[in-house]
Design a protein around this ligand. Structure first.
Ligand code: ACO
Length: 378
């Protein structure tokens, strides 16, 4: 059998419209914009609207990813939805996504906390390199706000909702996934967990009184684990790919805390500006965090055809996962001009946003004049 490589050929995102700023949170709990910004790097995060569900957000991101890949849902061989916040405990949200997309392939959900999508990417690559499948959709999605206790300042300031999707395709040209590492240390489960609502402790009146249906976290322990893991896991994956940190064009770390990322950059002796960050706008979106950063890095032109990227996530479990990938789609890209298509979409959107902003600014004096005239008349 000829060699097969697993490449990302499509990407898309869905960001809920509700913006929750640090100033908004300061009205809800005893915190401040200054504390959140300096301790985490987060300025705002998105919270689902009443119309957003984990399945609907997955579908929106997936349709974009399929469009970039030039595929239809019927072309898919498998769907993997990585999340800890499915619509229902049963059925798997992946089957809802398959149905809503109109795809006719197998589908399963993957739970590995914030590491979910990186686990999913490594899993999809195995189906592809083994020759079992050619086209796989891997979604990272989270409505983590449903598990947030908005009276607990130690957790509610950190997280946000989002979805991002990627299409992984088989290619005969070398590249794509070069190496990966998957890790788990279940002895740290209690550092980040939702105590009630599972089969061990179903929801009861006590659950609600004690607010045990919400996420609990030992921040300092998770912080130490993350600082230990991020640099070391990425380094192992990089060496496994036969590379050194200097060979990496862009690092995409889990967006949990800017201080964790800065510490990893120091440990790896890599300038921090080689680490992509969008944490200021979204906070920690759990399983959506790394794919969302990947999508935005491509859209912003930070990742180009031929670049090598190292990605790493860590989270509940405790789990962690790293991958090293050579971007670009080889002979597939010749067919779809994918990187230029993704970039063109981004530039078109940015131009239309800028035009809208400019139009609104230009109209502002007129609105102000009309408003003042109306007020005078009253
Ligand atoms: N606003 C104001 N004060 C706060 C807040 C807040 N939002 N949260 C905590 N504090 C207070 C604490 O109560 C404490 O006060 P005390 O000294 O009077 O007891 C003080 O700030 C310091 O608390 P620490 O927890 O030591 O603060 P730290 O500098 O460690 O920052 C943080 C806390 C941001 C949570 C940090 O520990 C962290 O980022 N941990 C990792 C979190 C993480 O990555 N989680 C997710 C990973 S896995 C996943 O993504 C699901």
């Amino acid at each position: 059998m000829s060699e097969r490589y697993a490449k990302i050929t499509g990407w898309g995102k869905y960001i809920p419209a509700n913006v929750l700023t640090n100033h908004d949170l300061a009205q809800m709990v005893d915190t401040s914009d200054e504390w959140i910004t300096t301790r985490t790097g987060i300025k705002e995060r998105r919270i689902r609207t009443e119309n957003d569900t984990t399945s609907s957000m997955s579908v929106a991101a997936s349709l974009d990813a399929l469009a970039v890949a030039g595929l239809t849902p019927q072309d898919l061989d498998l769907i993997i939805v990585c999340t800890s916040s499915p619509d229902y405990l049963l059925p798997s949200v992946a089957s809802q996504v398959q149905d809503m997309l109109g795809a006719t392939c197998g589908a399963f959900s993957l739970v590995a906390g914030c590491s979910g999508w990186v686990y999913g990417l490594a899993t999809a690559s195995q189906f592809i390199t083994s020759g079992a499948y050619n086209r796989i959709l891997v979604v990272g999605v989270e409505i983590i706000s449903f598990a947030m206790d908005f009276t607990d300042r130690t957790t509610c300031v950190l997280f946000g909702d989002a979805a991002a999707a990627t299409v992984v395709e088989a290619s005969a040209e070398p590249g794509g996934l070069l190496s990966f590492e998957l890790g788990s240390d279940g002895s740290g489960a209690q550092y980040l967990y939702v105590p009630d609502g599972g089969s061990k402790a179903p929801i009861s009146p006590e659950t609600l009184t004690e607010r045990r249906q919400y996420l609990r976290m030992n921040g300092p322990e998770v912080f130490k684990f993350a600082v230990r893991t991020l640099a070391s896991s990425m380094k192992r994956a990089i060496y496994q790919a036969g590379l050194t940190p200097d060979d990496i064009d862009l690092f995409i770390p889990h967006q949990a805390n800017a201080r964790i990322i800065e510490s990893a950059a120091r440990q790896m002796r890599v300038p921090v500006d080689k680490f992509f960050m969008n944490i200021d706008r979204y906070g920690n979106t759990s399983a959506a965090s790394v794919p969302l950063a990947l999508v935005e890095a491509i859209e912003e032109g930070r990742l180009k055809d031929g670049d090598t990227v190292a990605m790493c996530a860590f989270g509940a479990g405790l789990t962690w996962a790293s991958v090293v990938m050579k971007m670009g789609t080889g002979e597939i890209s010749a067919a779809h001009s994918l990187f230029s298509a993704g970039r063109a979409r981004y530039l078109a959107r940015r131009t239309s946003d800028a035009m809208l902003d400019a139009a609104q600014s230009a109209m502002l004096p007129l609105y102000t004049f009309l408003y003042q005239r109306r007020k005078k008349k009253k």
